[in-house]
Design a binder for this molecule. Structure first.
Ligand SMILES: O=C(O)C(=O)C[C@]1(C(=O)O)C=C[C@@H](O)C=C1
Length: 376
């Protein structure tokens, strides 16, 4: 029986041949790449890849090896595609950037919209990004704000996208797909909820608590200590505060910021009722123009993948191969297609970087309905 050393020597010899063959194969793929640059033919040829996978698996025996050779060839062909995308980018075949680079945003002349009413967290985020005295107005819902941007009655909207404890604001992800609006900035602000009521309200008198659903969730520990309180979701925390003021009802309270309580003449009945300390929310700044700041460092995209094994894995390999750091992934159901999902990915980079152009080229060919949501 052969020793381990002898067997390893045999493997080394086989691997030398494999490495040489790999290099030869890639050299031919490079030539194919040149041909594609010159003819404008697409890099990804799904039909050819399918035929290749069938052909190679027919040449080996046994299920285990059939599966193995298919996986190996999927990888090989994915490497050839990436090489060819690089060639296309190198030859300038990407054409113009889909977004226009700008040096700065004209914050002082901008008209900005935020959802909710005076005192909303979105207003605080807006002031944090655009300055306290920015020219602003408010609308009721996130959708209303997206519409105001799309139709041009505002230049920018400030909207929540993610909370540090409650996670993604799902509704915003769907709006980013639906509307032709793009993310151009982001800002994170601390979120400290209070329980607010009419001056003189006693905790024992409270029967109903109003707030945005996600804010009720973030204060669930405190609210659950008062299990008899009915929790009612409204469009916004500041709208909840306003409702308590308007109704003049001592059995009602709102979960909102101390600032919203003050603006609406309510008393803070209980301070800081967050479940977790350091609760904060990330807000995005949205506009209807395809622009990005020259020092932008994060890109958000969304795409769909064919409903088949390995498709997400292959799409994500474009980030790995181009050395791009993926910072977030979310999925949302695709409307009308049960159990199929659209993916949202954030990764580090600037649209003008070669690595980013290269990855986007690959993603555009291989994913379905790729949309660049913004570079900021
Ligand atoms: O045949 C081509 O067009 C190639 O570029 C080669 C190759 C491969 O590696 O075999 C690579 C990418 C295509 O999607 C199909 C096949």
């Amino acid at each position: 029986m052969a020793t381990l050393e002898e067997l390893r020597m045999q493997l080394d010899e086989i691997d030398d041949q494999l490495v040489n063959l790999y290099e030869s194969r890639m050299q031919v793929c490079r030539e194919v790449g040149e041909l594609k640059v010159n003819t404008g033919r697409k890099v990804f040829d799904r039909q050819r890849e399918r035929e290749k996978l069938e052909a190679v698996s027919a040449k080996v025996s046994g299920d285990f090896n059939k599966k193995g050779i298919q996986e190996l060839y999927e990888q090989l062909m994915s490497m050839s595609r990436k090489l060819q995308y690089q060639q296309l980018v190198g030859a300038g075949a990407l054409g113009r950037l889909p977004f226009i680079e700008v040096d700065s945003l004209d914050k002082s002349n901008a008209r900005v919209v935020f959802p909710g009413v005076e005192g909303a967290y979105s207003q605080a985020a807006m002031q944090h990004y655009f300055g306290e005295n920015c020219n602003s107005f408010h609308v009721r819902t996130f959708r209303d704000a997206m519409e105001a941007i799309e139709e041009g009655s505002a230049d920018y909207a400030v909207l929540p996208i993610e909370n540090s404890s409650a996670g993604a604001v799902d509704e915003m992800y769907d709006h980013l797909v639906e509307f032709e609006n793009y993310i151009v900035g982001e800002t994170v602000i601390p979120i400290t909820h209070t329980l607010a009521g009419l001056p003189g309200t006693k905790l024992d008198d409270i029967q109903r608590v109003y707030s945005k659903g996600v804010a009720l969730l973030q204060a669930s520990r405190f609210l659950n200590e008062h299990g008899n309180w009915q929790q009612i979701s409204v469009a916004n925390t500041s709208i909840a505060a306003k409702k308590v003021l308007d109704d003049q009802d001592y059995t009602q309270a709102a979960v909102c910021s101390a600032y919203a309580a003050k603006v609406h003449g309510l008393s803070v009945l209980e301070e800081n009722i967050n479940d977790v300390p350091n609760n904060s929310t990330r807000f995005i700044v949205v506009t209807n123009q395809k622009i990005f700041l020259h020092d932008a460092s994060k890109i958000s995209i969304c795409f769909e993948v064919p409903h088949e094994s390995g498709s997400l894995y292959h799409i994500l390999s474009h980030f790995i191969y181009n050395d791009l750091n993926m910072t977030k992934i979310e999925s949302r159901p695709i409307e009308g297609r049960n159990w199929e999902y659209r993916f949202f990915v954030d990764f580090e980079g600037n649209m003008a970087d070669a690595a980013v152009k290269n990855a986007i080229r690959g993603l555009r060919e291989e994913a379905r309905n790729l949309k660049i949501l913004g570079n900021y």
